[in-house]
Design a protein around this ligand. Sequence first.
Ligand code: PLP
Length: 305
Amino acid sequence: MNGNEIIHAEAVTTDTIENSLTDQKKVRLDVLRLDKIHPVVSGNKWFKLQYYTGDAVNKGYTTLLTFGGSYSNHIAATAYAAKTLGLNAVGVIRGEAPKQWSHTLQEAHACQMQLVFLPRNEYDAIKKNVHTTKFEAQFGKAYIIPEGGYGLPGVQGAADMLHSTDTSNYTHIVSAVGTGTTIAGIIQATEPHQQVTGISVMKNNLGLNDEIQSLLNTSLPGRFRLIHDYHFGGYAKYTPALTGWMNRFYHASTIPLDFVYTAKMMYGIFDLMEKDFFRPRSRILAIHSGGLQGNRSLAPGVLVF
Ligand SMILES: *Cc1c(COP(=O)(O)O)cnc(C)c1O
């Protein structure tokens, strides 16, 4: 059992967005709805996990151990995947235990993930150089998955996102970028005639190009562009302008976006269209990488969906 039975690959659709802007600019904009594969293990996080979990099972591990923040989609996805695969899971969480647990942490806990809270400085030191012995005493031998699924198995898994359907006709593939693992997989899975555009969701994360480079065994191709203009204040930050835009986008398209990643990507695509970043007759594929569970941390009523 490799866990593929928990996702609904058949539910993925490619939705076309048509409006006055796409008409005026003469571009085609499609959205690859990977958010539909699963409500919790949605989008890119499942793809990034699959080679890690496969390797863990093959090597006979019974416990997965990984890292993330209180709102991490990766923590939620790992907890759910482990539960489904019959594995134990440990989530090392950045920062002291909060008084009120986020929905993400509650969800992970409901999947029987054991949560360990580490002060930020300790967490930051340990996630880069994991001393498994520290955790082995407490949890036994565990298979370590880096924070966010960052690493070569994550890249390989992300590349599979584009193998589920024929994407060779698109001139541009656009995705939100956090750790860079997903976009590295997209670069790997695309062809020389395709432009790959990453929208960084962090403020001035200028080391990101190097991080992405180190995940590829070739140098970054000229057809890749990383854009830093749509972070809305930084990671998981947002403004009423962004949430208002998400609501209008939902009304027009019935596609829900998450405020941490996909809303910033889609807002960026519209602004880039406006600025003629995409030539007429471009065929753009936007990756809806999921993450909708994170919207539950917004106050009720902020979003209309
Ligand atoms: C984690 C995440 C990303 C970013 O993926 P990276 O591989 O870390 O760059 C994009 N979209 C969603 C919804 C995510 O949860």
